[in-house]
Design a protein around this ligand. Structure first.
Ligand code: ATP
Ligand code: MG
Length: 249
């Protein structure tokens, strides 16, 4: 995955590496062709954000870590883009927070589900949920509603990176605390999230893990304070403002 032929000094190194990973994901049968388009949309926003983690995004990442640590049953949802871009990083986040990992696809096929689960296992995941599909998210059509009853179905806190707006809304309606990673602060997924993380998933996931490790010994009261202090509207506004100003310093 890292044997990409781009010199690190290239000004678009990170972006080109990311594209390469998505392309490799498509070739491996874990990422859909639609995933290429989603990545292109994300890149455009990242460019306007200056390809950096805003202070407001860092706060969102800390709040997300606190939510995961406070949860009774946290679950990290993985789709084809997430699996291609940050498989090992998701496994590390699961380890740091005691979360389950569940494969959850917009365009669900049994073959792609299994390939993604295998890919995650190759990156150290022990138990990968999503293949049982004995639970449903109310309000969505059959294929898109499938989840594991003892996974996302039972979760109180779910991290859903790069999620489609409909499903983000349906999960929020189930009363779940929803942590979303999405570079577009105007997308419905970001707008419905309890914690919208407007940052590239490549930077976001390792940073949530770093915060979770930092907060490992924090008291429940301290974690609750971090959660309460996070202002989702302010975070969305800060991201939108950075994009509109287009100040890349
Ligand atoms: P809506 O949420 O308004 O319904 P959508 O679901 O139609 O929008 P998609 O293109 O399906 O939008 O979803 C992809 C989302 O993921 C986009 O908002 C895009 O900005 C975001 N995205 C893509 N790649 C990344 C990435 N690497 N990191 C973070 N976000 C990303
Ligand atoms: Mg979306």
């Amino acid at each position: 995955m890292t044997d990409v032929d781009v010199p690190e000094s290239h000004p678009r190194y990170e972006s080109l590496l990311t594209r390469h990973r998505i392309e490799a994901g498509v070739e491996k049968g874990i990422t859909s062709k639609q995933g290429l388009i989603a990545q292109g949309r994300g890149e455009a926003y990242d460019y306007l954000l200056g390809e950096r983690t805003l202070g407001s995004a860092d706060q969102a990442e800390r709040a997300a870590a606190a939510h995961l640590l406070l949860a009774d049953h946290p679950v990290l949802s993985v789709n084809g883009n997430v699996a291609a871009l940050v498989p090992g990083e998701m496994v590390e986040l699961a380890d740091a927070t005691g979360a389950d990992i569940e494969v959850n696809l917009f365009n669900r096929t049994q073959e792609r589900m299994e390939r993604i689960a295998d890919h995650l296992r190759e990156h150290g995941a022990e138990d990968v949920k999503g293949l049982t599909a004995d639970g449903r998210i109310p309000g969505l059509d059959h294929e898109r509603a499938k989840v594991d009853a003892d996974g996302i179905g039972d979760a109180d806190v779910v991290l859903v990176p790069l999620e489609d707006g409909d499903r983000a809304e349906a999960l929020a309606e189930m009363g779940k605390t929803e942590l979303v990673v999405d570079l577009n602060p105007l997308s419905r997924s970001a707008q419905t999230a309890t914690v919208p993380i407007v940052d590239n998933i490549i930077r976001a996931v390792p940073n949530v893990t770093a915060h979770a490790r930092d907060l490992q010994d924090a008291s429940e009261a301290d974690l609750r304070d971090i959660v309460a202090a996070f202002d989702r509207e302010a975070a969305l506004d800060a991201a939108e403002d950075a994009i509109r100003r287009g100040d890349l310093d």
